[in-house]
Design a protein around this ligand. Structure first.
Ligand SMILES: NC(=O)c1ccc[n+]([C@@H]2O[C@H](COP(=O)([O-])OP(=O)(O)OC[C@H]3O[C@@H](n4cnc5c(N)ncnc54)[C@H](OP(=O)(O)O)[C@@H]3O)[C@@H](O)[C@H]2O)c1
Length: 295
C-alpha cells in the first residue's frame, strides 16, 4: 500500500481541535506534523530550540499555507522549564484535544542536567511523566494522549535499584531502559487514571534512520551505518504513521501501536502487545518517578 492511500483511509478531521505537540522538530515528528496540519489541526508546538523551530514552521507553511501554529519554549532537560511551559499554556487559557509527546534523546556522551539527573533519564522518562501529569488537567473531554516509546524497551531487564539510570556505560542500554521506564510509569498512570474519558496510547516507530542516531553516534560511524540503515529500515514518513493511527477512534488506551514488520522494526502500524514481564514493574517505577516530582 502507498503511504498516500494509507493516509486517506485513516484521515481524522482535526478542524477545531487543539493539538499540543512535543518532539515535532525532529525527523519523525516533523513528518507527523505536516499531516496534522493538512488535517486542519490547530497546532501548539513546544520546542527547545526556537531558531530551529521557526525554520521548521516556515517549511511547514510552504506545504500548508493556512496552518495555525503557535510555538512555546520547552526544554525537557529541566523541570523548571516544564513548569514555565505549562504556566504559559495556562496563562493563555489553553485546553487540548490531543497531546503528543514524541521527544527523545540518545546521547553520544553522558550529560548531567541542571536538576542533577542523567539527561537521557530526565528527558525520556522523568520530564515525560512530569509533563504528562501537568497537562492532563488541561485536556478536553475525550482527549487523546500519544506518547512515543521504543521497541528497545524489551531488550533489557529493568533494575528497580537504579531507576535514575546512573553510571550505565552502554548508551543503548540507558536509552532502552529510559523508554521502558517511561512505558512503566505511563501504563501505571493509564490504569489508575481518574479521567477515564482520556485515551492514553503508547506507540513506537520501529527502527528509523533519523537525527536521533546522528546525535548518538560519531560522524565516522554514521557515515558507514546510516546508508545501510536507510536500505534496511523504514523512512521517518512511514514511521510517523503510528502517531496518526493512535488518533483513530478505534484505537483505545489498551493498545500499543507498533510497526507490523519483522520484530516490529518496520512497516505500516498495527495494534500490538507489550511484553508482560515488563509491565510487572509499572507501579514501582511510577512510585519512584513520582517521588522525584515536585508539587
Ligand atoms: N529513530 C528511531 O529508530 C527510533 C526508534 C525508537 C523510538 N524512537 C523515538 O521516536 C521519537 C522521535 O525520534 P526521531 O528518531 O525522530 O529523533 P529526532 O529527530 O532526534 O527527534 C527527537 C525530538 O525530540 C526533541 N527533544 C530532544 N531533547 C529534547 C529536550 N530536552 N526538550 C524538548 N525536546 C527535545 C528533539 O528536539 P530538537 O529538534 O531540538 O533536537 C526532536 O524534536 C523519539 O522519542 C525517539 O526516542 C526513535
Amino acid at each position: 500500500m502507498k503511504i498516500e492511500k494509507w493516509l486517506k483511509e485513516h484521515e481524522v478531521d482535526l478542524k477545531g481541535k487543539n493539538v499540543l505537540f512535543v518532539g515535532w522538530t525532529g525527523s519523525i515528528g516533523f513528518e507527523a506534523l505536516k499531516v496534522l496540519a493538512s488535517w486542519n489541526a490547530t497546532l501548539f508546538l513546544a520546542a527547545r530550540n526556537l531558531e530551529k523551530a521557526n525554520k521548521k514552521i516556515e517549511e511547514l507553511k510552504k506545504a500548508c499555507p493556512n496552518v495555525t501554529a503557535y510555538t512555546y519554549p520547552l526544554d525537557l532537560s529541566s523541570l523548571a522549564s516544564v513548569d514555565s511551559f505549562v504556566d504559559a499554556l495556562k496563562k493563555d487559557d489553553l485546553h487540548f484535544d490531543v497531546f503528543i509527546n514524541n521527544a527523545g534523546v540518545f546521547h553520544l556522551n553522558p550529560r548531567t542536567t541542571v536538576d542533577g539527573y542523567d539527561e537521557t533519564f530526565e528527558v525520556n522518562t522523568l520530564s515525560h511523566i512530569y509533563l504528562l501529569k501537568k497537562i492532563i488537567p488541561l485536556l478536553n473531554l475525550n482527549a487523546r494522549v500519544i506518547s512515543t516509546s521504543s521497541m528497545s524497551y524489551k531488550f533489557y531487564k529493568g533494575n528497580l535499584s537504579n531507576i535514575a539510570l546512573e553510571n550505565i556505560s552502554s548508551k543503548m542500554k540507558k536509552y532502552a531502559l529510559s523508554k521502558q521506564e517511561m512505558l512503566n510509569a505511563f501504563m501505571f498512570m493509564k490504569e489508575n487514571a481518574e479521567r477515564k474519558d482520556i485515551e492514553m496510547v503508547l506507540i513506537h516507530p520501529g527502527i528509523v534512520p533519523t537525527e536521533l542516531f546522528e546525535k548518538g553516534y560519531s560522524k565516522f560511524f554514521m557515515a558507514i551505518i546510516f546508508p545501510i540503515m536507510k536500505v534496511l529500515f523504514h523512512s521517518p514518513r512511514k514511521a510517523m504513521l503510528g502517531i496518526l493511527l493512535a488518533l483513530n477512534e478505534n484505537v483505545s488506551s489498551n493498545e500499543w501501536i507498533a510497526p507490523r514488520g519483522l520484530l516490529e522494526a518496520w512497516g505500516y502500524p498495527k495494534k500490538a502487545k507489550i511484553k508482560k514481564s515488563v509491565l510487572l514493574l509499572n507501579e514501582k517505577v511510577h512510585s519512584y518517578i513520582n517521588s522525584l516530582i515536585r508539587e
